[in-house]
Design a protein around this ligand. Structure first.
Ligand code: PMM
Length: 268
């Protein structure tokens, strides 16, 4: 059964929902709506990873996310913490988060793997080649999906060496992270290489630039939020067909419906 992760960015500057949920009550209300629409997990983040975003001090990040996580955990809402900081990951798990979502796969903070191992939480490892300020300079590949799979396998080995068993690992090819334009389509086309690694696979295409670039080639060049959500729903349903376990999206309802329709087509 596919899981849907609903995105809750408690940041002033995320590219699509920055500034909307900085207030704790607004964030909790948003999480409840994501759940009502069918989210299995609410992915809480306090630092934007959009290209060119400023890094955030872990203390500021924790001030943003911890009160929200505590409230959601008290309501029984499953939470993951989207962070690059080991201290934030550890504090978030103490506050009730069940999964640490690290888009850098352990490369950004040398303390991360030990913190996750110690916490007992599951660990989502993203494919990453550097901070957003210069990640496009690192977007050089010969065979994108194969190299992404190989690097994820290395990250998984490092996690295992730190005491995080593969059963606790979730792999994410990191759409948009050190991948430009059509390289993201190459990853999606080669998803089976990542699924074949064994652990659960998570994918996040939601509202990302490569979708807007494709939409801009249609008769109607203005890639509005609702058009990006439709494109996200299509890529998410196709990713489920390709064997991914979870999709991370802003608009849960459209993706939930697309997955339900694809499942009906498949007679499941
Ligand atoms: N993308 C973003 C942030 N966190 N986490 C995972 N696991 N996978 C992703 O693709 C991912 C992520 C950037 O998008 P946002 O600013 O809309 O959250």
């Amino acid at each position: 059964m596919t899981a849907i992760w609903g995105i809750l960015n408690v940041t002033p500057d995320s590219f699509s929902d920055g500034g909307r949920y900085l207030d704790v009550d607004d964030a909790v209300a948003r999480a409840r709506l994501l759940r009502a629409h069918g989210a299995d997990m609410v992915d809480v983040g306090g630092e934007s990873t959009r290209p060119g975003a400023e890094r955030v001090d872990p203390a500021v990040e924790q001030q943003r996310v911890l009160p929200v996580i505590e409230r959601l955990a008290a309501e029984g809402i499953p939470v993951s913490i989207d962070t690059l900081h080991a201290s934030t990951a550890a504090a978030a798990v103490r506050a009730g988060a069940r999964v640490v979502n690290d888009v850098s796969g352990g490369l950004a903070d040398p303390e991360m793997r030990a913190a996750v191992a110690e916490s007992g939480a599951d660990y989502a490892i993203g494919h990453w080649r550097g901070f957003s300020a210069d990640m496009y300079a690192r977007a050089e590949y010969r065979r994108v999906a194969r190299e992404v799979a190989g690097e994820l396998q290395e990250r998984m080995g490092e996690a295992a060496a730190a005491g995080i068993a593969p059963s606790r690992v979730i792999l994410d090819p990191g759409i948009g992270f050190a991948k430009a334009g059509t390289q993201n389509w190459d990853v999606l086309r080669g998803l089976d290489e990542i699924v074949a690694l064994g652990p659960r696979v998570l994918i996040g295409t939601s509202r990302k630039r490569f979708l807007a670039e494709t939409l801009a080639q249609t008769a109607d060049a203005d890639a509005t939020e609702s058009r990006r959500d439709l494109a996200t729903a299509v890529t998410s349903a196709l990713a489920v067909r390709a064997g991914v376990w979870a999709v991370r999206v802003h608009d849960v309802r459209s993706t939930r419906d697309a997955i339900a329709i694809a499942r009906a087509w498949d007679g499941r």
